[in-house]
Design a protein around this ligand. Structure first.
Ligand code: ADP
Length: 558
């Protein structure tokens, strides 16, 4: 890959952390909101059930009270028809009714004048304009009439009138029998039932006028006689139902249950405020929200810290990578420079050598022995420089071969190196042994031949004067690497030089002792490193040396 190319965009670990944090905290809040919504829906459902049940009980209560009154009305009417004294009968009959229900019984004659009243002596009061009089006078139907609350002209109290028509023996209109009932009685049972701080119960007529209502906050129900906001008798409404509504008074969410009592033109309404019932759910929501905020802050803190650490690490890593990249660039520039220079230097050297040769040929006989020696020195210097430059060229070429690594048989590499050194091997009477089964590695065959040839060549060059060279080439597996060793019985290397000898131009001997440039082992190290390996030496002076190369094993490399 071209190392100068940087990935165009990358999320990086901090980005992943941020996405993870958003997902986790988002997920937390989604489940908290779902939990709170579930609480709210549960409370709403139970409020609906509660309101419906209360409405059913309320209806039962109203029906029972109304029919008890009607029973007494009918009975009393019979007694009146039989000419019985009304006061005695009334006392008996009223005992059948709850004492707080009916507070006055009255008889209105056919002209609308009060004829009898149970509270005190009848005064001449004209009641002919009252609904409960006119409804019976104007129709012959014998039915119970329940009036809207009116202020009693005799009692001076708000009352609902339960009335029945009185007939003459011949069927003509004789007047109206009136029971004045206390509206509060109908809703009194709700004092003992908890309908909440803002709940209400109402008894409403089909004329939408409220007959009776009870609530702790009286402003949530219209006063008796006023109109109810909702039309429970609308034609499109069923006889009973439960629905959610917004309270026109306080704007709160409410659940209302109603039931129509069709034959009495009445409807009972139980109106519960969700706010009252929601209190425990609201407390739980506060706890959940608080918990959610604390957990979110803790998570945010943890993620922010981790993110900061990762960003710092990424920045450090980026700086290191940039440094390594610029090092690699300047190295390869240097190598390219060295290659170009060493290549160009050979040309003048060849010229010097050529002209010195020409000089000897032309003036050979005329030159003194000393002059010839000087010219030889100059030619030797030039050829030494040539081999130095050659070495440098070779050194700078390592790694410049851009063709891909391929599997290379080390057995073949060793064979080739030995073949290249055949002359020296023979003349030095060397004994070479190679451990069979040398492995294959990934690499460049030419460079690997150069590597082994240098090591074997050195083992021959630095042999001990006391014994013919013995060289053994072996291998073993160590972890993910192959370790190849080249061992000799030569002069050895003092421990303090074991590292230094791999540096370029590092030599331990003068040229008069051993010829050389000091480039060989530096070249070996460069080749090994190019193959992602390592090279090192073990040696004892006077006994011999063992050079080791570690190269990655093929399976792992591929
Ligand atoms: P050169 O052989 O051209 O001097 P090298 O880089 O090949 O350069 O070797 C560097 C030095 O390491 C040599 O001068 C020599 O002193 C020492 N050396 C290398 N190989 C051996 C060996 N097999 N035995 C003893 N000394 C060695």
């Amino acid at each position: 890959m071209d190392e100068s190319k940087q990935p165009v965009s990358r999320i990086g670990a901090p980005g992943v952390i941020a996405i993870f944090a958003v997902l986790l905290i988002g997920g937390l809040w989604i489940s908290l909101i779902a939990e709170m919504e579930h609480d709210r829906a549960t409370v709403q459902r139970s409020a609906e059930v509660q309101a419906a049940n209360l409405a059913r009980t309320f209806e039962e209560h109203v029906r029972r009270a109304a029919s008890s009154i009607d029973l007494v009305l009918l009975h009393l009417r019979d007694e009146i028809a039989d000419g019985q004294p009304i006061d005695r009968q009334l006392d008996l009959l009223r005992r059948r009714l709850p004492s707080e229900l009916v507070f006055q019984v009255a008889i209105i004659d056919a002209d609308g004048h009060l004829r009898y009243v149970s509270l005190r002596a009848a005064e001449p009061v004209d009641l002919s304009d009252r609904d409960h009089f006119r409804v019976h006078r104007d129709t012959t139907a014998d039915r119970l009439f329940i009036s809207k609350p009116v202020l009693g002209r005799v009692s001076g109290r708000m009352s609902i009138q339960f009335t029945r028509r009185l007939d003459q023996p011949d069927g003509r209109f004789a007047g109206v029998l009136v029971f004045s009932a206390d509206p509060a009685y109908f809703v009194s049972m709700y004092r003992s039932i908890d309908i909440g701080e803002n709940g209400a119960v109402m008894l409403v007529g089909s004329d939408r006028v409220v007959r009776a209502g009870a609530a702790r906050r009286t402003d949530v129900i219209p006063p008796p006689g006023a109109l109810a906001a909702d039309d429970y008798f609308a034609a499109d409404r069923p006889n009973d139902g439960v629905y959610a509504r917004t309270c026109p008074v306080d704007g709160g969410q409410r659940v209302a249950a109603y039931r129509r009592i069709a034959e009495m033109d009445l409807a009972v309404v139980v109106d519960l405020c969700l706010g009252d019932i929601m209190a425990p759910a609201r407390e739980r929501a506060v706890v959940l929200t608080g918990g959610g905020v604390v957990v979110s802050l803790l998570l945010l803190g943890a993620f922010a810290t981790t993110g900061r650490l990762l960003i710092r690490r990424q920045r450090d890593g980026d700086a290191l990578a940039a440094q390594a990249l610029s090092l690699r660039r300047s190295n390869s520039e240097l190598e390219a420079f060295a290659y170009a220079i060493s290549h160009d230097l050979r040309e003048p050297l060849r010229t010097i050598n050529g002209f010195l040769g020409l000089l000897i040929r032309r003036a050979g006989a005329k030159l003194s022995a000393e002059e010839t020696e000087f010219i030889d020195f100059a030619r030797n210097g030039a050829s030494r420089m040539d081999s130095l430059i050659n070495g440098l060229l070779e050194y700078s070429r390592v790694g410049r071969n851009e063709s891909a690594f391929e599997p290379v048989s080390l057995a073949t590499v060793v064979d080739t190196a030995l073949a290249n050194l055949r002359g020296t091997l023979t003349s030095s009477h060397a004994a070479v042994s190679v451990l069979p089964g040398l492995p294959d590695v990934l690499g460049h065959g030419d460079e690997l031949v150069r590597l082994l040839q240098n090591l074997i060549g050195n083992a021959l060059k630095y042999h001990s004067p006391d014994r013919p060279p013995t060289i053994s080439i072996a291998w073993r597996r160590q972890g993910r690497d192959w370790i190849i060793s080249v061992t000799d019985n030569g002069i050895g290397i003092a421990a303090e030089h074991h590292e230094r000898i791999f540096g370029i131009f590092q030599r331990l001997h003068g040229r008069d002792e051993y010829d050389g440039t000091g480039i060989g082992l530096a070249l070996c190290r460069k080749i090994v490193e190019h193959h992602h390996g390592r090279i090192w030496v073990n040696s004892w002076e006077g006994e011999g040396s063992a050079f080791f190369i570690a190269l990655p094993a093929l399976a792992e490399r591929s």
